[in-house]
Design a protein around this ligand. Sequence first.
Ligand SMILES: [Zn+2]
Length: 159
Amino acid sequence: MKIVINGIHANLRFSAAHMIPKHDSCGCIHGHSYIVDVVVEGERSGKFGFVADFKEVKGIVREICSVMDHKVLIPLKNQFISFKSTEESVEFDIDGKEYKLPADDCYLLDLKSTSAEDLAEYFTEKVFQKLKDHGAKISSVEVCVNEGIGQGAFFTKSE
Ligand SMILES: [Zn+2]
């Protein structure tokens, strides 16, 4: 059985800025009001016969959303970004464009990109692992990270 959480109605949202290096329009810093949808599949189990507790799933997703909220998302493994520092300020260069941002304004991710696709994979891995750690009998987690309303990327992790 599957449970579904619709991020816009369940308030699983965050606002953040990012850039997609070398992309014509998305290469400049810009922002999105992200909405995160989640589908969890698994066996019904436990005292209440839940696939997973909605409250628990929302809590896990909100925690991830809250650390990214109002930050500039920086992908540490991007091949086009040359970092000079990630300490008090995050300093880097993309094709001669120099950036220096206060570390407090940034959220550094161990990812190649902060595209909707990469963020969907990131969320899925985290949600899957946390639900497993909490003992839920789940077989798959699917997360859609929407860049506003109308476009998003799905990633599914199954056992
Ligand atoms: Zn974007």
